[in-house]
Write a new protein. Structure first.
Lengths: 491, 921
């Protein structure tokens, strides 16, 4: 495959000076800036990244010094139970099998409440901090000292679709850009031969709202997340199977000729040069993407650290996704969203939606998640990547401390749940906020998803109130009109 | 909080008397507002509402915030929290927190205002917006500068001249025709069409093409896509389950047809809001085109939120699509920038309170169209059946005839003059016999003389009581199937008789139990057919005696028994069979009651204003109405029926004097012709939106639009015949430096083809584009019945997907894996303007996808079929089809070399990826 750039002419004609001269000024530039900020209606002017159409993923400066250069978001789809994992409630153990006070009036997603049920897995003190974490996720528990827990999260919706939307896009409705789109729109990437924002779906399928997590919605399509994983490469990356490398190169050479001729006729049209540059980047991606997904040079030690050699094929496949995540981050990909859990098989079959028989469901899912994520976190630390990578471990909402009436599982609970952060810019071995004595409602330092998003943006050097994009009458933000940075968790 | 409030009152009045109320009459605007503006509004105004309290809205001022409610008791300033707090009655709550406290005089003014009834003329923010903002003014009638033949050019040139700039000269004919085709119909001109235009010496040559393209049905297919973006149309529900909406497509077809018919824009609006009242049922698909959360729960809060979100979608899209207003922003509070009150939002919400997502029977004009198709199909089928019956065996004369069938039985006999027919049934396969139709055919022209429509009258021995679908009249009503049949009231017996309008010579009888083939019971197995001569003598002409014994159910209609016919006669009969089979297959869908995903209309639920948009905090009840600050201050009764509400809204929005409506649509049209609108924020004409680059032109166009009967086609014609539209795209560095985006239109701005015309154009160029219009769309994803729909792209997509992309059953949020990368909207939110970005994934998709490669091969096949065998000829033809020009010498030479070394598809693959192919200059 040829490495030679598709067009020299294109490069020469689209130099940065002309881009700045024509792209950033004139009436176009004025129109762009003519909205709220100019009228003094916003407190602070919106971030307007100067995006070179030929290099949309070129790195761009954050607004202020950023602790984190890149973000890894691990998303547990289906709502991972906080009371069975990270949120230890002795009172829940003591009051096991008694009614939740006021619970008889309470109608949650699937209906009425049974009794309070103690965690189904035993909590133990972990690490130097002695943080109580359950045995459901024993490998991750060992890393409790690396984690910064937020126990007082709240979500706006108690149904998966809108709540997953909110966790990834800030809005419960469909049609808003994913967080990775926002971050790469503002900051570009540090890697010019891989997509700036990669979404890694679970080997079992996509999460409940599928591409909503990574769709660019009203942001330019250049910032759409690219979905692929260790099993399934980037679509259309390889040349058609029946086309030889020589023939492919000959086609591209001729395409280059056509585009060069056309550009020579229209030398000032930057779009043309941008498309030529996109072909060049696509060609580079065709080399880099298979390389990033080629684990042949990973050591057997790495494989066993992540569990890629596990007997459970799902564990092994998810572990490979985790290795892929690390390899992407290593190469400077700005935002990686790693999914655990898929919905296609139905409620709780392939995800964390433990309504009916949470014990047996979670005993299946936990080993798939646990060692690979723990391995990933250890590996990031080992390689020094954790110093400038922010890891965020989330789920769309929590679960009830009760069992559902007539079932052996827990219903949805948006009133209190746990997420954790680790790595660049956040405290280690720290817990922020709390739910009530049963783990039902956040009561102490109550945080919203907006606050979490504001904090993540802050850590990559962006003010969430200024990172906005005009759409249908509003300077739209990831945090809508809400959100405050949770300063307490910052290192 | 009332307890706290009581405590506060006590403290204040006892310890520290309030400053006295001012004795003079106070005016809110002059006296009160300046105090609020200086001391209060920075924290309790439009931009923030600390403690949940705001003073720029009348209702909110009275109601109070999180701490005290009500804050103002009209007529009783001494017990109004607002006064007590600014007077310093609560030592823990100093107001204002920043700046000087209010003077005694100022407190006195506030007290007087409250004591005098706390009246304010109208919400302050609203009044400010209303008085000044350009888009809310009546249309101006700008003077057209002299010297230009076309008003558009005059106004564009005047603005350019002010910047010392000038327009480009006219584009060459090839560029111009290519631009016009892509713009109006979304497909390229055929090489022959271009050659004709280039050679056409008629001074009206261009206008002739404009008119032809506007008449082409391809026009509606192109422009409907623009409107579907504005109204967030997709054919799945979105959210978690995202299951398909198989009956949503009639709305898409309605939009295409409305545009092709040049439906006046007022009617276009009204039909979408209240088409059920106008006989345009599919049009109300607009109301429910957005996403809908199918996940249901007993949780009342979740359910209330879901319903609020559904109606929010409707209110927002109605405001944005037709009025260019961001009404949705007033859900939680009065609009911060535009004169849209929170109560106006809820008045609009009340308009839609009777609308639910779902399917209903598809009636109205669409239904009538379908009825027409049904009648035609039936008439045609009867004609074919009658002709086929000529080939049936004669009854009672020779070899045994086939066994009786539920679907179709023919009795043929020698021609005989008769005034009536009687079918007497002596045995059936089940209980009482059933017949859905008896047809008796005239010997000379095969017309059905037994039809009610021909004046024939049916009688019977008895009829099953209590069933409207099984009456004697159905014997000859022309309708097939069990739902239009007769059943006797005698066990396994009965007779049916039909008297003709006049004696006539007949030779065939067709009868059936269920011509549609669903029912096989109650079939007459032993019967006799008699004719009554004009003088009243009954004579047997056929019976079951010479039929084979009943042979059970035949799964498919066996058709006529042609096996025994002579070869030439048989061929003649067989020629009629394909059409007969097609009609038979078509009938059930035409006869069933089709459903359309266009909303279910019921009794409206009551509408309350929700405090901060929260459904768990209902406030006062709100009547259906319009936007009060935009001439929509009408209000209906609280219990007005659903349709009346939507009609009232439609009438108000569509009224020609509603200037905003016309400004918004002419701007949308302009945007799609030039890539950018005169207003760059096409669904936001409020004070947050962009200012028009050419306000006079916008108003002039809106005025012309109204003057021309709000015909969209007239407006298209007006725009594309201007010299501004016809100018070249040539870029000039000095002009680029002044106006890089050509917002002033010193050149025609080049554009990249959007996803849909790009796919359509590839198919058109390879010769595979299937131009079938309408009906259910094609699916780019593998079928899947999962509870939560799984979308797996078809690879490669087969010929059933080679229709125009507007006919794709477009799922919400799930983009096509090749063309989705070309800024195709996901239909989660409305997309009034598409971005045009450039990404490496676009390149990969167009080079390597199974679709792209398949089409490159098909293009090669086409070239082999249409050009001479030599590579040069093939390249010439390829350039003519794909780029509408001849190759340059170097392009030709290299192409020939490429083809000789690697074959024609290798060349086609490059050509379909080239910038020139994707760009419209």
């Amino acid at each position: 495959m040829q490495l030679e750039p598709l067009s020299h002419a294109g490069r020469g004609l689209l130099n940065r000076r002309d881009f700045l001269r024509w792209g950033g000024t004139g009436l176009g530039g004025i129109a762009l800036a003519s909205l709220l900020a100019e009228k003094g209606l916003l407190a602070a002017p919106p971030v307007r990244p100067l995006i070179d159409p030929a290099h949309p993923y070129a790195p761009r400066q954050p607004q202020f010094d950023a602790k984190a250069k890149r973000v890894l978001m691990i998303f547990c789809s289906g709502a991972l139970s906080h009371v069975d994992t990270f949120d230890y409630k002795p009172e829940l153990v003591r009051r096991h099998d008694t009614p939740l006070p006021g619970g008889d009036q309470l109608v949650t997603f699937q209906g009425g409440q049974g009794n309070l049920i103690q965690p189904l897995w035993k909590f133990k003190p972990r690490g130097e901090s002695g943080k109580m974490v359950s045995d459901l996720l024993p490998h991750m528990a060992e890393l409790a000292d690396e984690m910064c827990f937020i126990h007082s999260m709240t979500a706006k919706s108690n149904t998966h679709g809108p709540a997953e939307n909110q966790m990834s896009t800030g809005f419960v409705l469909d049609g808003f850009p994913g967080m990775g789109c926002w971050v790469t729109y503002a900051l570009g990437s540090e890697c010019d031969d891989l997509p700036a924002f990669v979404a890694i779906p679970d080997p079992r399928g996509v999460p409940q709202v599928g591409p909503n997590h990574w769709n660019s919605a009203f942001l330019p399509a250049a910032f759409q997340g690219t979905a692929f994983n260790a099993d399934k490469p980037i679509p259309h990356l390889a040349r058609p199977a029946t086309v030889s490398a020589d023939r492919d190169a000959a086609t591209r050479d001729y395409l280059k000729l056509l585009n060069d001729e056309h550009l020579a006729e229209n030398p000032y049209d930057t779009q043309l040069a941008a498309r030529i540059a996109a072909h060049e980047m696509a060609a580079k991606m065709q080399l880099a993407a298979p390389e990033v997904a080629d684990f042949s040079r990973e050591s057997t030690m790495t494989a066993s650290l992540y569990g890629a050699d596990a007997a459970n094929p799902l564990t092994a496949r998810f572990a490979k996704n985790c290795i892929l995540a690390r390899r992407l981050l290593e190469r400077g990909v700005r935002f990686v969203q790693l999914f655990n859990g898929a919905y296609a098989m139905g409620e709780g079959v392939g995800n964390w939606d433990g309504h009916k028989t949470i014990q047996s469901q979670y005993d299946i899912h936990a080993p798939i998640l646990d060692q690979p994520v723990a391995g990933l976190l250890r590996d990031l630390k080992l390689r020094g990547l954790l110093d400038d990578t922010l890891v965020v471990f989330v789920t769309e909402f929590g679960r009830m401390p009760t069992f559902q009436k007539g079932a052996s599982g827990r219903d949805h609970n948006p009133n209190g749940f746990t997420v954790w952060l680790a790595g660049a810019g956040v405290k280690r071995a720290f817990s922020h906020g709390a739910t009530d004595e049963f783990g039902y409602k956040a009561v102490e330092k109550v945080q919203t998803i907006y606050d979490l998003h504001a904090t993540i943006l802050h850590l990559v050097g962006l003010n969430h109130e200024q990172l906005s994009f005009y759409h249908n009458g509003i300077e739209r933000r990831l945090t809508d009109v809400h959100g405050q940075v949770i300063t307490n968790v910052l290192a | 909080m009332s307890l706290l409030f009581a405590g506060l009152c006590g403290t204040a009045t006892a310890a520290d008397p309030l400053p006295p109320a001012s004795a003079r009459p106070v005016d809110f605007e002059q006296d009160v507002w300046p105090i609020l503006e200086r001391s209060c509004l920075s924290c309790h105004g439009a931009t923030q509402q600390k403690g949940g309290y705001r003073l720029d809205d009348a209702a909110a001022t009275l109601k109070g915030g999180d701490l005290y409610s009500p804050a103002v008791k009209p007529g009783d300033s001494a017990h109004s929290a607002l006064v007590l707090i600014v007077a310093g009655a609560d030592p823990d709550l100093k107001m204002p927190q920043k700046g000087d406290p209010l003077s005694d005089d100022e407190v006195g003014i506030l007290r007087a205002w409250i004591d005098q009834g706390a009246k304010r003329p109208e919400p302050r923010a609203a009044q400010r917006g209303k008085s000044r903002h350009w888009a809310f003014q009546p249309l101006s009638h700008p003077e057209i500068p002299a010297g230009e033949t076309h008003a558009i050019d005059a106004l564009i040139d005047a603005r350019l001249a002010a910047q010392a700039m000038a327009r480009n000269p006219e584009a060459d004919r090839r560029t111009l025709l290519r631009r016009l085709y892509f713009d109006l119909i979304g497909l390229p001109p055929a090489p022959e069409e271009l050659a004709g235009f280039v050679a056409d010496a008629d001074p009206q040559a261009y206008e002739v093409r404009v008119d032809a393209l506007l008449k082409s049905p391809r026009y509606g297919e192109r422009w409907a896509r623009h409107w579907l973006d504005v109204v967030r149309f997709a054919e799945s529900h979105g959210f978690e389950m995202n299951r398909p909406r198989p009956n949503a497509w009639p709305y898409r077809d309605w939009v295409i047809r409305a545009l092709n018919d040049d439906m006046p824009f007022g009617r276009f609006i009204k039909a979408q809001l209240a088409g059920d009242a106008l006989g345009d049922d599919a049009a109300t698909g607009f109301l429910v085109a957005g996403s809908w959360d199918q996940v249901r729960s007993p949780d009342p809060v979740l359910t209330a939120n879901q319903r609020a979100d559904e109606l929010h979608d409707l209110v927002s899209v109605t405001g944005a699509a037709f009025l260019g207003l961001t009404v949705g922003c007033a859900r939680c509070h009065t609009h911060k920038f535009d004169p849209i009150l929170q109560t106006d939002y809820y008045a609009l919400k009340a308009v839609f309170a009777g609308v639910q997502h779902g399917e209903r029977v598809w009636g109205g004009a669409d239904g009538r169209l379908r009825d027409q198709q049904l009648l035609e199909a039936r008439a045609r089928l009867q004609a074919i059946e009658a002709r086929l019956a000529q080939f049936e065996s004669l009854a009672g004369g020779g070899p045994p005839r086939p066994a009786v069938q539920a679907r179709r039985n023919v009795e043929r006999f020698a021609p005989r003059l008769a005034r009536a027919v009687r079918l007497t049934i002596r045995a059936t396969e089940g209980p009482e016999p059933c017949l859905d139709e008896i047809e008796v055919l005239a010997a000379d022209d095969s017309r059905n003389v037994a039809a009610a429509a021909a004046g024939a009258k049916p009688t019977s021995s008895s009829a099953l009581p209590g069933y409207a679908i099984h009456r004697t009249e159905h014997l000859n009503d022309g309708l097939y199937g069990n739902d239009h049949s007769w059943i006797s009231h005698e066990a396994a017996a009965g007779w049916a008789k039909i008297e003709f309008a006049a004696p006539v010579e007949v030779d065939r009888i067709l009868w059936s139990r269920d011509r549609l083939g669903r029912f096989h019971d109650r079939l007459a197995t032993n019967y006799v057919v008699e004719l009554e001569s004009p003088d009243g003598v009954w004579q047997v002409v056929a019976s079951s005696d010479d039929r084979d014994p009943p042979g059970g159910i035949v799964p498919k209609d066996p058709g006529p028994d042609l096996a025994r016919l002579a070869a030439d006669v048989r061929t003649q009969a067989e020629r009629m069979l394909p059409e007969r089979d097609r009609l038979l297959a078509q009938l059930p869908s035409l006869e069933s009651q089709p459903q359309v995903y266009a909303g279910i209309f019921g009794t409206p639920e009551t509408t309350h204003r929700f405090v901060r948009g929260d459904p768990t905090q209902p406030a006062e009840e709100i009547a259906p109405g319009g936007l009060s600050e935009f001439g929509g201050d009408w209000r209906l009764k609280m219990d007005a029926p659903d349709q009346e509400r939507r009609l009232a809204l439609a009438d108000w929005i569509a009224a020609p004097e509603n200037a905003l409506t016309s400004r918004v649509i002419v701007n949308r049209l302009w945007q799609h012709h030039f890539g950018r609108g005169l207003v760059d924020t096409p669904s936001d004409f409020g004070s947050n939106g962009a200012l028009p680059t050419h306000p006079e032109l916008l108003d002039w166009l809106a005025g012309e639009f109204i003057a021309r009967g709000r015909s969209l086609k007239a407006l298209h014609r007006l725009i594309v015949t201007s010299a501004t539209y016809r100018q070249s795209s040539a870029a000039r560095p000095e002009a680029l430096a002044a106006d890089a985006d050509a917002r002033l239109l010193w050149r025609y701005p080049p554009q990249r083809l959007e996803a849909e015309p790009l796919r359509d154009t590839i198919l058109a160029v390879t010769g595979k584009l299937d131009l079938r219009m309408g009906g259910p769309g094609f699916d780019l994803f593998e079928p899947n019945d999962n509870y939560v729909k799984v979308y797996q792209p078809k690879s490669p997509p087969g010929p059933e997907t080679w229709r125009r992309m507007i006919y794709q059953s477009k799922p919400r949020m799930q983009l096509d894996d090749v063309f989705g990368a070309f800024d195709c909207p996901d239909a989660g939110q409305a997309t009034p303007r598409r971005l045009s970005s450039t990404t490496p994934l676009q390149s990969l998709g167009l080079l390597n996808s199974s679709f792209a490669y398949q089409q490159a091969q098909l293009f090669a096949e086409r070239l082999e079929g249409e050009a001479d065998r030599d590579a040069s000829s093939q390249v010439l033809r390829a350039f003519a089809l794909a780029l509408q020009r001849e190759p340059r010498p170097r392009e030709l030479d290299e192409a020939v070399k490429l083809i000789e070394a690697h074959g024609l598809p290798a060349f086609c693959r490059a050509l379909l990826n080239s910038n020139e192919f994707l760009m419209v200059f």
